[in-house]
Structures are given as C-alpha cells and as structure tokens.
Design a protein around this ligand. Structure first.
Ligand SMILES: CC(C)(COP(=O)(O)OP(=O)(O)OC[C@H]1O[C@@H](n2cnc3c(N)ncnc32)[C@H](O)[C@@H]1OP(=O)(O)O)[C@@H](O)C(=O)NCCC(=O)NCCS
Length: 228
C-alpha cells in the first residue's frame, strides 16, 4: 500500500497512541483544522503576559493561517538528521486539540530534545497537556534514545511549569528573556530517563522504522540531503 508523502517525509507517517491520546504527523490535511483550533484561542493573556515566547496566535486570522502553513512546510524542508523539529498534532478522544513538538540539534551526538507545546483554550486544565508531554517524552526516551528532555517557560506560566514537574523534570535554573519588549524570567527544566513519570497507558507506535532511518538512528547516515 502507498504510504503517500510519508515515504519521503516519515514524520507524516508517525502515529503514537496513548490511551485516549494520539500524537501524529502534521499532514497538509491537518494544517487548517489546527489553524481553526488556534484561532479559537490558545491563551487568555494580554500580549504583555503571553505564555508563548513568540506569540504567533495574535496576528489577524488570515495571517495566522499563512504563517502556520509556512511553519509546517518549513519544518519539512529544514528537517535533517542533524537538525530537526518533530511536531505532532494532538488528538484527544478523537478531537484535534493542539500540538506537541520537540527539537533535536545534533541529536545523534547529544541525545537531547527541547520540547514545546500548545493546546486550544477549551482543552486546557483537563490533564491533556500532562499526558501529551508524558507520551512524547516516553516515545523520545524509549524509541529515539533520548537521554535528556529540556523545557523552558516564562516564570508566570504555572500550567507549563506544573506539567514539567508532574512529568518528572527538575528545575535547573532561570534566565532573563524578552517578552513584548520587557524583561521576564524564564524557568529552565530538565528531565532524565530515570525520573520520567510514565503515562498511565502503554504507548503504541506506528511508522517508527522509516523515522529512525530518516533520523540516522538505525546506523545509516539518515536524511542529510541538502535542498538543491
Ligand atoms: C501549557 C499547556 C500545554 C498545559 O496543558 P494543560 O492541559 O492545561 O495542563 P494539565 O491540565 O495537564 O496540567 C496543568 C497543571 O497546571 C496547574 N495550573 C494551571 N493553571 C494554574 C495557575 N494559574 N496556578 C497554579 N497552577 C495552575 C493545574 O492545576 C495543573 O496542575 P495539577 O494537575 O497539579 O492540578 C496549556 O495550558 C497551554 O497550551 N497553554 C498555552 C500555551 C503555553 O503556555 N504553551 C507552553 C509555552 S512554554
């Protein structure tokens, strides 16, 4: 059976099921539904208190769609074994609710992934943010061989910092960051495999082998092709 575009971009064929939660590659068909989730709002804060380091949600609705599609396509174009963003759409009980992503730079050498996530406002506060981070970290540690998961959040984002703590991350410090032209503290968190608080459901993973090949984690050189 044809795998469609997952043959040339294996993240599109990745599907991780964890109880009521599914994490899956952001295909073109998912871009506008994700835009609709984001247009309904990702947070309640005024711009000067946004929880997002680069608040892509506060632009006019047509720009949000254009920017989001470009971001998704750019991730595919720029994805290489040495530098990647593995962004996965999140479904909960069959409903599309947000995105969980991880960034790997020289991952084969340092085994470190930095995560980021968002949920549509209606999905906040129901434990979904915790479950999707648990599922992503478990996948990264068990199947990609990650030895370290990193997360940063503004110090006034208790939902994100609390999720990090619940998943087993430890706070490693804080640093100054900029938000809407003002300085704000950013808390830094680190998770190591032994501290992972695993999700209450087992993980089922589809589409793993092509992804491992693409990332060069199967002993091959991986996707190192430059765009001509
Ligand atoms: C961050 C985010 C993904 C978390 O997802 P979520 O589904 O809301 O998280 P959960 O429900 O699993 O857990 C949230 C925890 O934070 C706590 N929390 C939330 N708001 C809080 C507040 N104002 N004060 C104290 N604790 C708070 C909740 O009580 C819960 O902890 P508990 O289970 O111990 O009670 C989601 O809130 C979101 O998308 N926010 C906007 C975007 C964002 O901030 N992204 C991260 C940028 S670093």
């Amino acid at each position: 059976m044809s795998q469609g575009l997952a043959e040339v971009f294996p993240p599109l064929g990745l599907r991780i099921t964890c109880g009521p939660l599914v994490l899956r590659g952001i295909t073109d068909e998912l871009i506008m539904p994700l835009v609709e989730v984001a247009r309904r709002g990702v947070h309640n804060q005024p711009p000067e208190l946004t929880p997002l380091a680069n608040d892509w949600t506060t632009v006019p609705a047509p720009m949000l769609a254009i920017n989001y599609a470009k971001w998704a396509w750019n991730n595919r174009l720029m994805f290489s074994a040495d530098s990647w963003i593995l962004a996965l759409a999140v479904e909960y009980d069959g409903e599309l609710v947000g995105v969980q992503e991880g960034k790997g730079e020289k991952f084969r050498a340092n085994r470190s992934i930095s995560t980021g996530s968002w949920l549509g406002r209606a999905a906040h506060g129901r434990g979904i943010g915790t479950l999707m981070r648990q599922a992503y970290c478990t996948f990264a540690i068990d199947h990609l061989g990650a030895q370290e998961m990193l997360s940063e959040a503004f110090v006034d984002n208790p939902a994100s910092t609390r999720v990090s703590e619940k998943v087993g991350y430890r706070r490693t410090g804080s640093r100054p960051a900029q938000r809407a032209g003002a300085e704000v503290g950013e808390a830094m968190y680190r998770l190591v495999p032994d501290d992972l608080v695993r999700p209450p459901y087992p993980l089922e993973v589809e589409g793993l082998e092509p992804l491992l090949r693409f990332l060069g984690l199967d002993g091959s050189t991986g996707n190192t092709a430059e765009v001509a």
